[in-house]
Design a protein around this ligand. Sequence first.
Ligand code: KG4
Ligand code: ZN
Length: 336
Amino acid sequence: MARSGAGGAGATAFVILGLETSCDETAAALITRDGKILANVVSSQAELHARYGGVVPEVASRRHLELVTPVIREALGEAEAELDDVELVAVTTGPGLIGALLVGVAAAKAIAWARRLPLVPVDHLHGHVASLYLEPDPLEPPFLCLLASGGHTLLLDVQDRGTRPRMLGTTIDDAAGEAFDKGARLLGLGYPGGAEIDRLARSGDPRAHDFPVARVPGLDFSFSGVKTALLYAVRDLGEQELEERRADLAASYQRAIVRALVERTQQAAEQTGLTTIAVVGGVAANSELRATLSGAALAPLALCTDNAAMIASAARYVQPEAYPGYLGLDAYASTA
Ligand code: KG4
Ligand code: ZN
């Protein structure tokens, strides 16, 4: 078997191919069994969806179909590997957009089946947590994990890498990333909004507006109120006025969301006695959140938003499905 290439992985490296197509990123990665990233290719469809102000599921599926093969080829090239080097195939099976997921699942099945390889179905949220287990600085459980993305806001008690973590809190309405995206739309910024607000907030005054974030019982989150507060703040502004205040509004809005995330996370740490705090998911890329929780284990920037290296990483802790039983494997939109 061709072994020479695998990007300096060494002659005996066990290579895992990961695929991720749950939303609007088409991603393929190659990692070794011990968590070294050989290639991590992410092709974002953000520009394609920007004109609609959000992801259009049918458009996403079609684009995944066009991109999945070139993205896998690029990952193999980056790793200087061949498909023959791959010993395990991992793919996100949910939660996410069902049509988008099915593209990755079909591609993974085809590659695994053609080579009689085992296949690992990976839960997308497990993938985000597993972004912390990669080299060069892998994190060892137990830890408290804040998972904040476009679809989820969760506080998880992670006791080990393989078993499903205990959920301590979740959002009762919008996810944190969704709040960023909707806020960005209200401010007339592009999609996806989180990075745009982050960038603009740097030149604004976070004390300019006092946006309240609802306190809900327990360790849950709520972000729909702060979004409405922003709506009220911008709706009576003329174009010129909005232009002048946009950075202050972005900074204040970001401050409110970050505060809510940090307060709840610290509260959860106190309640559980977990001393290590970790932050993962797209919102973990936020510079204010990273600065505020600078003592926490923060997912590396490149691994915060959706990618396939985290999916391949998670696969190391899941029982693979043997050839050819996985041909009947399905995708799921949400974890019921
Ligand atoms: O994890 P992810 O790529 O996809 C999901 O699983 O949802 O997260 C995407 C979310 C989007 O809502 C995006 O606006 C947000 O992460 N995001 C950010 C930043 N970068 C991405 N939010 C705040 N600040 C950022 N720098
Ligand atoms: Zn995600």
